[in-house]
Design a protein around this ligand. Sequence first.
Ligand SMILES: [Zn+2]
Length: 87
Amino acid sequence: MEIKKCSNCGSFTTSADSLCDVCAKQLKYNTTLLNNYFESNVNFGSISAIASATGVSPSVVQNYMIENNYLEVPTNATDAYYGNLPY
Ligand SMILES: [Zn+2]
């Protein structure tokens, strides 16, 4: 079995992913917190406001927002996105 180092905390792991079980679980938990936040906050705040509201670190919040198109990426910014929001 291959032993790797977790890309987040550096501890040794035999997980198939780049994250150890602890960090993978934490990431999943953070994602759940952020999903809940964005579901119940139509007018979400800045990254730091979201971080303090959820307890998730700002860099994780930023990654989440980019992955879920909450942050505008210049090449990808269209008004159509806003038209698709359910409110
Ligand atoms: Zn880890």
